[in-house]
Design a protein around this ligand. Structure first.
Ligand SMILES: Cc1ncc(COP(=O)(O)O)c(C=O)c1O
Length: 387
């Protein structure tokens, strides 16, 4: 191994990407793997991006983003979720990914601990490790894949001798598709407040909730919440790389430095497209949500017909399902076998931490045809296993 930083040596490319790469050569594979919208960026946003190139937006922007973008984000997140961030409390980042990294690197001291409900998105733990801090996982498998006040209080109590600094929440949740009601969040905030924790709240899927409206955590705990959001999922803009960190000014002032030395600023062209999305694209996410909801409804019907256990998703575009009992082996082995034999690719639950073992994630950010064909193949394969 090359003589490099030992923390980097210990981390790996995410299980999502590794699995996806491993099965990419299977002929005629239908991929329900990577979590990005299959839908195109809305036309009016693309047009704004094209115009930005024509208008020579080819220079650096201010570090935190164009003021017009900060102002548009401030208004948008206020209208959508009643958040009260002033424009100068918002940094435009290179997707939510950089937002999470900048927030964690700025907040954490070496030796700090971060509470993390699991299974969870893959990018948190490696970044926490890079900051010389560590994760205290809170297993949510026995509580419907949701963090409960009792589970949180128990984790705080058990780890009271550690330097508990923050809790990282993500809802609607990748990989399980669960989300929280306002009452559930308020009950969690009571425990968080008592313990004096900062919250990093990754709400990148906030526009994709089905049976209930999204409650932003910062509306309940404004002084100690760092809100992460962005346009990747709400406006089908993953490749434009535009996210946001929103936090009280004292925190943002510190994060601005981390952001500068990591990336300087995000793409000027994307920022202009972002201004359009945030100003005239308030309904864009809702149209997409209706499409995802129809797909979710289709998938839960198909999985129920196959007697596959799953967590009923109330947000995001993921469905977390249990490896069929007939299959003896790990979730990685299951997903590999399904890819090779049925030509359907799903992500093994273990990619989302030990708590995900025994389960698999379906991304339904895929066309209706792909969903129908993949479920037909899955059903045929299952029948063959049971024969
Ligand atoms: C929970 C969560 N946070 C952050 C991200 C990264 O978002 P972005 O593409 O804006 O960097 C993802 C992407 O899948 C995600 O699922």
């Amino acid at each position: 191994m090359a003589d490099t930083n030992h923390i980097i040596q210990q981390i790996q490319v995410s299980g999502i990407r590794r699995f996806d790469e491993a099965i990419s050569d299977v002929p005629d594979i239908i991929k329900l793997t990577v979590g990005e919208p299959d839908l195109p960026t809305p036309a009016h946003i693309k047009k704004a991006g094209i115009q930005a190139i024509r208008d020579d937006f080819s220079h650096y922007s201010p570090l935190m983003g164009f003021q017009k973008l900060q102002a548009a984000a401030s208004r948008y997140f206020n209208q959508k979720y009643q958040l009260n961030y002033a424009p100068n409390e918002i940094i435009a980042t290179v997707g939510a990914t950089e937002a999470v990294a900048t927030a964690l690197i700025t907040l954490l001291n070496p030796g700090d601990a971060v509470l993390l409900p699991t299974p969870c998105y893959t990018s948190y733990e490696p970044v926490i490790a890079m900051a010389h801090a560590h994760v205290i996982p809170i297993d949510t498998t026995t509580t419907g894949y949701k963090l409960t006040p009792a589970g949180l209080a128990a984790a705080i109590q058990t780890n009271h001798s550690q330097r508990l600094k923050a809790i990282l929440l993500n809802y609607p949740t990748n990989p399980t598709g669960v989300t929280y009601t306002k009452a559930e969040l308020a009950a969690l905030v009571a425990v968080i407040k008592q313990a004096g924790l900062t919250v990093i709240s990754d709400e990148i899927y906030s526009e994709i909730t089905y049976e209930q409206p999204h409650t932003a955590l910062a509306t309940l705990y404004p002084a100690h919440t760092v809100t992460i959001n962005g346009l990747s999922k709400s406006h089908a803009m993953t490749g434009w790389r535009l996210g946001f960190i929103m936090a009280p000014l004292a925190l943002i002032t510190e994060m601005k430095k981390t952001h500068q030395y990591l990336v300087t600023s995000t793409s000027s062209i994307s920022q202009v497209a972002g201004i359009e999305a945030l100003t005239h694209g308030l309904e864009d996410g809702q149209k997409m949500r209706a499409i995802y909801q129809a797909r979710r409804d289709y998938l839960v019907t198909r999985l129920s017909e196959m007697s596959i256990n799953y967590i009923y998703p109330t947000g995001a575009f993921y469905l977390f399902a249990q490896v069929p009992a007939a299959f003896k082996g790990t979730s990685w082995a299951f997903a590999t076998t399904l890819a090779q034999q049925a030509h359907v690719a799903v992500i093994p639950g273990s990619a989302f931490g030990a708590a995900g073992e025994g389960w698999f994630r379906i991304s339904y950010a895929a066309s209706q045809d792909a969903l129908r064909d993949s479920m037909n193949r899955f059903a045929t394969w299952l029948t063959q296993q049971q024969a």
